[in-house]
Design a protein around this ligand. Structure first.
Ligand SMILES: [Zn+2]
Length: 82
């Protein structure tokens, strides 16, 4: 797992209890990734999961039923990330 830095605003919130990780809907490639990691007994940052700070967590949570790339597209428009 990567350190808790918001994908939207780059805020590092490891010293606070705000925000959290959102697991989005798995794409085919994400299912393969999970299988591969389980088989090898490895852990890592899932490609379908991302960190969100307290300010952006709720908006991301509302999109967790989507694939991560779709959700991030919507969020980047909403929060105007370049
Ligand atoms: Zn944020």
């Amino acid at each position: 797992m990567r350190p808790p830095i918001c994908i939207i605003c780059d805020k590092d919130f490891r010293d606070s209890d705000e925000g959290g990780v959102i697991y989005f809907k798995k794409r085919k490639s994400d299912k393969k990734w999970t299988e591969m990691m389980e088989k090898k007994g490895m852990v890592g940052h899932p490609p379908y999961a991302e960190w969100f700070c307290g300010e952006h967590f709720e908006s991301a949570k509302a999109l967790e039923h989507l694939h991560i790339d779709e959700a991030l597209k919507i969020l980047s428009k909403k929060f105007k990330i370049k």
